[in-house]
Design a protein around this ligand. Structure first.
Ligand SMILES: [Zn+2]
Ligand SMILES: [Zn+2]
Length: 280
C-alpha cells in the first residue's frame, strides 16, 4: 500500500521537527504523499497554535519544498483548524481564502458554563485541574459539550476530514475511570457516528497515543460501528517529531483489517481516493 500521513506539527506551532525533516523522513521510509498541518491561528491565547502573522511564511516554505522534492513525494499544505463556534472554523472566509491543499477540522477548546474557552487537549493532570477549576468538576458537561462542538463543526463544513473524532475519551477516562462504558456516553457515540455517516465525512484514525496510552481516536471499540456505517477513514500519526510519522501504523492497520476495512483514503494528485490497506 501507499504510506501517507496528513497530520503533523512543526515549530510553526507546537511541533519539534522542521518541515524538511518530516518530508525527508517520509521519502526515506517510502511514503507516497505527506501533509503538514499546523494548529491554526486563533483569536484567543494559546501557546500551541500558529501565529497569524506566520501563515504566509509557512505556505512559502511548503511551496519551496514542493519544488525541491518534486517527483520524489507528493507534498500537501494543510492546517488543523480549531472550531470555536460559527465565527471561527474551517468554513469561515479567513481559512477558506488561505492557499491550503486540505483542511483538518478539530476541537481542542470547548466553552465552559460561562462561555469561556479552555484547552481540553493537554495532559490528563492539566485536564483535571481545568475541569475542576473552570467547569465545576462536571465531566459529563465537558464530554457532552465536546461532542456537541464536533457536531456543530461538522455541520459548518469547509474541511477535508475531521481530526481525532473522540479525543476527549482519553482525558475523560483518566478523570473518571470507565466513563466511556456508561450508557449515556455510548448513546452519544452511537448517535454521533450515525450523524457522521449521514454527512459522508472522512474520519481520521489518529494513531498518536496508541503505543503510549493504548488509545486510537476513534477508539478501537468503535471500529465495527464505523465499518458498518461505511464511514471513509484516513490514518494519520499526528506526529510532532519526524521519527513518529508512522508510529502505531502497523498495529492500527491490523486492527482495521480485523474490523473489515479494505481501504483508507489518500490524496493523489490533489484528490481523495481509496487506497487498499495491506501489510506494511
Ligand atoms: Zn489535534
Ligand atoms: Zn494535531
Amino acid at each position: 500500500m501507499n504510506l501517507t500521513n496528513y497530520h503533523s506539527h512543526t515549530p510553526f506551532c507546537d511541533g519539534r521537527s522542521t518541515i524538511e525533516e518530516f518530508i525527508s523522513t517520509a521519502i526515506l521510509w517510502g511514503f507516497s504523499s505527506y501533509g503538514v498541518s499546523p494548529h491554526s491561528p486563533l483569536p484567543i491565547k494559546s501557546s500551541c497554535n500558529m501565529r497569524a502573522d506566520r501563515v504566509c511564511e509557512y505556505i512559502g516554505e511548503m511551496n519551496k519544498l514542493k519544488k525541491k522534492y518534486e517527483g520524489q513525494i507528493e507534498i500537501y499544505t494543510g492546517m488543523e483548524i480549531d472550531f470555536l463556534g460559527d465565527e471561527w472554523n474551517a468554513s469561515t472566509p479567513y481559512f477558506r481564502d488561505m492557499d491550503l491543499d486540505y483542511r483538518i477540522a478539530s476541537v481542542h477548546f470547548i466553552p465552559n458554563q460561562k462561555g469561556e474557552f479552555f484547552d481540553i487537549d493537554g495532559s490528563s493532570s492539566k485536564f483535571k485541574a481545568i475541569i475542576d477549576s473552570h467547569y465545576e468538576g462536571d465531566i459529563r458537561y465537558v464530554v457532552e459539550k465536546y461532542f456537541e462542538s464536533m457536531i456543530n463543526m461538522i455541520n459548518c463544513g469547509g474541511y477535508d476530514f475531521i481530526g481525532h473524532a473522540d479525543k476527549i475519551s482519553m482525558n475523560a477516562s483518566a478523570y473518571k475511570n470507565g466513563i466511556t462504558s456508561s450508557k449515556w456516553y455510548c448513546d452519544i457515540i452511537n448517535d454521533y457516528f450515525n450523524f457522521i455517516a449521514n454527512k459522508h465525512v472522512i474520519v481520521e484514525i489518529n494513531t498518536k497515543a496508541f503505543e503510549t496510552k493504548g488509545f486510537l481516536f476513534p477508539n478501537t471499540q468503535h471500529f465495527n460501528l464505523l465499518k458498518r456505517l461505511n464511514i471513509p477513514i484516513v490514518v494519520n500519526s499526528d506526529a510532532h517529531i519526524h521519527s513518529y510519522i508512522k508510529k502505531g501504523y502497523d498495529a492500527t492497520f491490523a486492527l482495521l483489517r480485523d474490523a473489515g476495512f479494505k481501504y483508507i483514503m489518500q490524496l493523489k494528485s490533489g484528490k481523495w481516493i481509496e487506497n487498499p490497506i495491506c501489510n506494511l
